[in-house]
Design a protein around this ligand. Sequence first.
Ligand code: HEM
Length: 409
Amino acid sequence: MSRQNAAGVAHEPLTDQLLYNAFPAKDPFPLYAQLRETNPVAWCETGDLGGGPFWVLSRHAEVMAVSTDPATFCSGSGIITFEVGSHYDDPPTMMHTDPPAHTRYRNLVQPAFGRRMVRTLEASTRDAARLLVDALPLDAPVDIVPPLSVPLPVQVIAQLLGLPESQWDRVWEWSEASIPGTEIYNDAERKNALNAEMYTELLRLVEVARETPGDDVISLLAGIELDGDRLSNEELRMFLNQLLVAGNETTRNTISGGLVAFAQHPEQWDRLRADRSLVNTAVEEILRWTTAVIYFVRTATRDTELGGQKIGAGEALMMLYASANRDEAEFGPTADQFDIGRTPNHHVAFGFGVHFCLGAALARLEVAAVLDALLDRGVTRLELAGEVGVSASNIIAGVTEAPMILHTT
Ligand code: HEM
């Protein structure tokens, strides 16, 4: 079925197969550029991605407009395509809630994610990054994903939650079991067993924290009370599970994708070596360039209009962050270049508005810690030593293998 835009011009719908094929397993950016140019609010028919149909928003402006108006574009009917049209009595994450329920969650959990938390974790995060980087072989091929990108976010989240070192491997498996498309997720029996184990363990830790609170996030969250309101055990479990997932895959792929970007743009590594003050802008550019979360979805709560297109109540909209982050209208003629000095850099890798990523400061710290550790180790150049593996996920821009040589001469 073709749709008309506000000017009465009909356009043929995208098929989600087309969109799916363009996700990172292939090269999506030419299609994204074409969409921004010719069809920025594009209708996509249902198909392999499931749950459709939905609108695809490829420009920064519409992604921002939707992100900042949760009353018109809600999260409660699902945030990934195969959830579209869902209704949740018990939302699986706070990302699936809208104000006022979301505001309550955010007010309750925000204190645990403030500057104090990042200050508390800064030294241990930098130590963890340094230990992992120092163990990497130099001047010889190494796939940096297993020894660096995988363990760092796991260790940081485990510390954040106060989980003992003996459980770090489990943290990784629990996270994989919650991400659609991973090998573990696709093995239903293993996934269910890991989910059950994770829930039991998290609730046990909540009970321990209520008895003998420490200064970890579980204790903070278990103890928080605002005007007599507090998180129930079920809400705590849901939220802790979300932290495991939200903070793990995303940061892992940002680290891998960032180092691949430096290998592909050696002049940018030279620039960073020459001027360490660029670390923070480099982190922002890595976030923009890699855009670990490819999209999230919202659903229109009423008839409205967006980018000249009529949107009907109940229709879903895919905010294509990966495309918005390459939008020339926002980032200018260099939008398609990896530029570690880019300022301003209003990327939407962490989303925007009320759901803006709660772990943004922590993720930024982890990426900066990796860059600093590599610079301190005297890495002069990163060179790809084989093909970069990308996951078939259409939600997370996953880097499965990143073989490279860390040169020191
Ligand atoms: C580079 C790494 C990361 C990326 C790219 C990322 C991306 C995102 C995005 C796009 C959202 C918006 C969701 C929406 O609008 O529906 C989000 C929300 C969230 N993120 Fe992250 N994230 C990262 C790291 C982390 C970390 C390290 C944590 C926690 C330790 C975390 C916890 C959360 C939580 C709890 C939310 C939900 C906030 C809400 O609904 O109000 N994230 N993240």
